[in-house]
Structures are given as C-alpha cells and as structure tokens.
Design a protein around this ligand. Structure first.
Ligand SMILES: [Zn+2]
Length: 386
C-alpha cells in the first residue's frame, strides 16, 4: 500500500515562539547524526518527524512519557477562580494525497479541504513549504527527487486556525517506488567536456536556484501542459548519463525535443516570465513561474522573445530553438521544477496524469480526516490503508 500510516495531533494554542523554538530544536537535533531518535516507535530512517512529534506530544501533555489518563483534557473546576485554559482551536479538515503511488521523479498533490483552516504548511526533506489557498481548499504540489531513496517518505503537515494558531499536525508516510532509470551514453568532445567542470555547473545552478526562490503565491496554471515545441522527444527525464562510457555521474534533469534551428518554442501553460538570460552550460534560457513553487525552464535557445516580468499565456512564443551553451546540436531542453526539485515533465503533458488542484475528491478517499481530533487526544482516527 502506498500510504503507510498517518498520525494526527491537535495542539493546544501554544505561543508561536515556543512552538517555533521546539520545532527548530527538533530539526537541529535531527540533523545531528549523534542524536538518537526520541520516539522508540520511530522508523529509524525518519528521526526528524518523530522527534518533532515527540516534542509536540510532550508539550501538549506536559510530560515526555504520557500515561493514557493524562491525555484527557482537564475539566474546568467551577470553584477555581483562575480562568480555564482556552480550548484547542477546532479546525475541521480532510487531507488528500494524489496520486498515492509515487515513483522517483514524480510530482504529487497534497490537499487540505477545510472550511475554517487559516493556513497550512508541510515539512518535506528538511524544507518547509506553504500551501496555497483556493476557496475552501489549501493545497501544494510536492516533488519526489529522481534519486530519492526508495521506501517511506515522511510528510508533516501543520494546519493553523483562522487566527494563525497551530491547530493540527498530521504525519503521513507515502512510499516511493523505483523508476528504474535507463543509462544513456553521451559522447562529448573537448569543448563539451566543460559540462563536467564544477565551476560551470555551479554558475548554472546559482543562476537558476536564485530565480526559483521568488515564487508567485497564487496558482497561475491550469490543466495539463502542452509540449513547448513540435519536435519529437529525443531524451527523457531521469536517464542516467554516462559521458564517453564512464560510470554515470548524473542524470538528465529535463526532456529534450528535436527541432530545427529557429523553430518556435511556446509557453506550455500560463505564468510569469521569471527570468531570461544565459549560462555557460545551458546557453540562452527562459524561466517561467507558474505559481506556488512550480516553474518550467527552456534552454539552448538561439533567441529569446519573452520579456522578464511579463505575464505569459499558453501558446505565447518564448523564443526559438538553438544550440547555445554546451550542446551537440539544435534542440530544446526543458524542465519542470517543483519547489526547486526537477521532476519528470511527462506527467505534466499528459492530461490524465497532471496533478489537478481543482479536482473533486471522494471524501472516502481522504487519508486523514478530523474526527474528535480537536480534543487534544491523539485519536488514531486516520485512515490506515496499510
Ligand atoms: Zn536535455
């Protein structure tokens, strides 16, 4: 089964600073390889989430090893003059993950349907990513790295109430399946051997990663992405690359389309032109921000007609196919990047596979739902399909 387990905790309205301090402490502790996992039940490969949960639990229950009777919410004493502790904020939520079967290089959607949640974020592989709100829904698109370890991938979703107070934490584990990337031999001459120069690689990475941090906070795309050029696909994502028959040292982070010099390259979906420019490795390029951490990028162009900062619509011309940068001939290399991680574009150009944040989900398919989860008691109410 893809979803291994879910756990949820309703939080008392802690002062935010304390909550953040605890979270930071948990992360720092988890980053220290000498620190043993705090929770005995934790899978040994996932200390971060369990240490965070252990701290959450300890804080909300007042002790590190809770006895079951301590978990009951204290009843207000009518004779007591001190005002009773404020009740935990009530947030109702259904959580969906789509698709639940993910393999290396895939993108997936996490949705929190809630009438009264104020915000949500998710901790994934050490990054904290915000959800986007659309109507009564919060969602985010998440990446699975092409070289992600197989097996469980932990997500820790934090949901706040309408006033920004932490209300609910949901821990999920989904299973990453193997992509079995093929190996491709790339023969490079002396000039293109600079492809392997660390300085050339670093310059290219620096340019791109800087752009992809300033993301549009709203979703600009909809539906699937049309291929950006008419040419056939000549190399797919994830292929392990052997340069001149040596042991593969990296993999193909995008998709290549054949094309004649000067052939048009168009935007596959709506967005904002986040960057135009040139790097030594990739030549002339365009980066489109589609919102919410989703970017697409286009490289080796002979010319660029998109203008940085301008909105762009599906079908608008970005530029023309070329062979600039370290390239063996005219072609388009394009990438789909989710929260800084390159993912397989094939999923985004297929109508049946593209993540759809507007999709209606069957409530019975929720992998977590609040059901008595607001009374400070770990309910185990989560659906456990394992
Ligand atoms: Zn390529």
């Amino acid at each position: 089964m893809a979803v291994l387990f879910t756990r949820a905790f309703a939080l008392r309205p802690l002062p935010l600073l304390i909550a953040l301090t605890l979270l930071s402490a948990a992360i720092l502790a988890a980053c220290d390889p000498a620190t043993p996992p705090a929770a005995p039940a934790a899978p040994p490969s996932q200390p971060t989430v369990d240490e965070i949960l252990a701290l959450d639990q300890a804080q909300s229950e007042g002790e590190v090893t809770p006895a079951p009777e301590v978990e009951a919410a204290p009843q207000p004493d009518p004779d007591q003059e001190d005002p009773p502790e404020p009740a935990a904020p009530a947030v109702e939520a259904l959580v969906f993950v789509e698709p639940q079967q993910v393999r290396q290089g895939m993108s997936f959607l996490v949705v929190v349907d809630s009438p009264n949640a104020g915000a949500a974020s998710v901790a994934l592989e050490g990054a904290f990513l915000s959800f986007i709100r659309e109507g009564g829904r919060l969602f985010t698109i998440l990446p699975v790295d092409a070289e992600a370890p197989l097996g469980p991938l932990s997500l820790l979703i934090s949901i706040a109430d309408g006033e920004g107070r932490p209300a609910l934490t949901v821990e999920l584990e989904i299973e990453v399946l193997p992509a079995n990337w093929p190996v491709e031999v790339v023969e490079i001459d002396d000039e293109n051997s600079r492809l392997l120069d660390p300085e050339v690689i670093a310059e290219d990475l620096a340019v791109r990663s800087g752009v992809q941090f300033s993301k549009s906070p709203v979703r600009l795309w909809s539906g699937f992405f049309r291929p950006p050029t008419a040419g056939v696909i000549t190399s797919t994502f994830g292929v392990r690359r052997s340069y001149n028959f040596a042991e593969p040292v990296d993999y193909h982070t995008g998709m290549d389309h054949a094309g004649a010099l000067g052939e048009l390259v168009v935007a596959p979906n709506n967005g904002i032109v986040a960057w135009t420019g040139e790097t030594e490795r990739r030549g002339r390029g365009v980066i489109i921000d589609h919102g919410g951490g989703l970017f697409t990028t286009y490289w080796h162009l002979s010319s660029i007609s998109a203008e940085e900062g301008n909105p762009i619509n599906r079908g608008d011309v970005l530029g023309r196919i070329g062979s600039t940068g370290l390239s063996t001939g005219p072609h388009l290399h394009w990438e789909v990047v989710v929260h800084g991680v390159a993912v397989d574009p094939i999923q985004w150009i297929r109508e049946q596979e593209v993540p759809d944040p507007s999709a209606q989900f069957d409530p019975s398919q929720a992998i977590y739902r609040t059901e008595g989860a607001v009374d400070d008691t770990p309910t185990g109410a989560a659906t456990d399909s394992g």
